[in-house]
Design a protein around this ligand. Structure first.
Ligand SMILES: [Fe+2]
Length: 501
């Protein structure tokens, strides 16, 4: 495939002559202002997504769409010019679903690239590229890891650079959007754009915020280039919520949570099976031939409330309690059974919050983040014990708004404790703005935490390449996002050789 022609095509709405539509209705403008996406590849299919909006910021989160259902045709081809249509069909973008469409395909060939597009009432969408997972022995896998994309804090150049690298797969590990109203979270001096009004609380609020984020061309480009495996953390609903508990004690939290979950599903390339009543199930597995299995975790929805009133603090014995759970009983059983049964060479755990021990206090004493695994230390220990019998485990993480490379150990305070797995933490796409490189702060952080080998406070993502002999992860870093156009540079590389079974 010609890289430039595909990216050019993905960036612009096609102006091909549209075949005659079965409906005499027409939409006044292009309804594909929120882009297209695909996700959750299996060996024979994936989910295709779009959501129609004539104006992303239209009132009540409804994108200025007419108050009726709209028929949406879809097409699949192995050729980006759609010379031969492999599959096609029609889905209904329902008013009640904010005109979102999820098409789940099966019966396709494993390990292949496909192209897709939609058409609604004579209007054609951009083209997306996606792929099925391979079966058996497979080519090397290139995947990107990204998290945390506060819209106000900077432009999405990191998404654009990620798209230009054309990964096979994108893992998104939480904070796809932020719920705060304008300047509601760390009022940076250089805010580049403004959230929709108010803190998100209702279904209409969350729909509108998703539409605002999805209207970004760089984000659309990243979705169009590869299937995504998405999972949420806290800000898709509310800062530092925990299971049924609001961190702010806001009233009617269950209703708000349901609204946030519904809007999240409507706006993401998730399979219908992820909707399970009041639960939005995002812990799931994707297998990439005999090479790798991704175990996507949910460290937010089933957790116990944070110990000692949350925060970064010292001296909290409660965080060490054997009874505390981060994953919840069902997910723990699902994960432990999945790790034990896995026969792939690599096992990649995609999850939201720092798994490593992380001391934030300079000098003697220790301060840890009670929202991260440090607040659930006994369960972390059990998980690391389990991972010590797992084939080539690797932990992939978001949340920190800084790149980190670290070694996970059963005893972080013992230099002789064996390394169980690497933890690779992707910095943020945009959250916290340009960032900086505070050498003194980093040196102190590394000195306090000898199991950490790299910290970088600038924006970026991870691009990893995996084959049967090694994992090679590049930390991709941008100097600025307050202006457009920053290049992404590889500022650190981690190579993990495969270990014999
Ligand atoms: Fe974040």
């Amino acid at each position: 495939m010609d890289r430039r022609s595909f990216l050019a095509a993905a960036a612009a709405t096609f102006v091909l002559p549209a075949p005659a539509t079965t409906s005499s209705r027409t939409l006044a403008r292009d309804p594909f202002t929120l882009g297209i996406a695909s996700g959750d590849p299996s060996t024979d299919g994936f989910v295709l997504w779009t959501r129609l909006a004539l104006d992303p910021l239209g009132a009540n989160g409804r994108g200025a769409m007419p108050s009726r259902d709209v028929e949406v045709d879809w097409q699949l081809s192995t050729d980006e010019r759609f010379g031969k249509i492999l599959r096609s069909g029609t889905a209904t973008a329902r008013w009640k679903d904010a005109h979102s469409v999820h098409v789940e395909l099966d019966g396709l060939e494993p390990g292949r690239e496909y192209f897709y597009r939609f058409r609604a009432e004579g209007r054609l969408s951009p083209t997306g590229r996606t792929r099925t997972a391979p079966s058996g022995a497979t080519q090397p896998l290139a995947f990107a890891v990204a998290a945390c994309a506060h819209y106000e804090h900077g432009f999405y150049t990191a998404y654009r650079r990620l798209a230009e690298q054309e990964p096979d797969l994108v893992l998104f590990l939480g904070d796809y959007l932020y719920e705060y109203g304008p300047s509601g979270y760390t009022a940076l001096a250089g805010r580049v754009r403004t959230h929709t009004p108010g803190k998100c609380a209702t279904l209409a609020d969350y729909r509108l915020r998703h539409a605002q984020y999805k209207s970004d061309a760089d984000l659309q480009r990243a979705h169009a280039v590869a299937p995504w495996l998405v999972s949420f953390d806290d800000h898709e609903l509310e800062n530092n919520w925990a299971g049924p508990v609001s961190s702010t004690g806001a009233p009617a939290f269950a209703h708000r949570r349901a609204s946030a979950f519904r809007a999240y599903y409507e706006n993401m390339p998730l399979r219908r099976a992820s909707l399970q009543g009041a639960v939005l199930r995002v812990n799931r597995r994707v297998t990439w031939g005999t090479l790798a299995r991704f175990h996507l975790l949910d460290t937010r929805q089933f957790r116990d409330d944070q110990a000692c009133l949350d925060g970064v603090r010292a001296g909290c014995d409660e965080r060490l309690s054997e009874r505390r759970t981060l994953l919840g009983g069902d997910q723990w059983r699902w994960l432990s059974e999945g790790l034990r049964a896995s026969t792939t060479q690599w096992n990649l755990l995609g999850q939201q919050i720092l798994m490593m021990q992380r001391d934030y206090k300079r000098g003697p004493g220790r301060e840890v983040n009670l929202d991260a695994w440090d607040g659930y230390a006994a369960e972390r220990h059990r998980l690391l014990e389990l991972m010590s019998t797992t084939s080539n485990p690797v932990v992939l993480t978001g949340d920190a708004h800084m790149h980190h490379a670290a070694s996970l150990k059963l005893d972080f305070d013992d230099p002789d404790s064996p390394v169980i797995a690497p933890e690779l933490v992707a910095s943020s796409i945009a959250s916290d703005g340009d960032g900086y490189r505070d050498k003194v702060w980093i040196e102190e952080g590394l000195a306090e935490n000898p199991h950490i080998s790299y910290i970088d406070q600038r924006r970026g993502y991870i691009m990893a390449r995996l084959n049967s002999t090694e994992l090679s992860a590049e930390f991709r870093t941008l100097e600025y996002i307050s202006r457009r156009g920053a290049p992404a540079k590889t500022t650190h590389r981690v190579t993990v050789p495969v270990s014999a079974p």
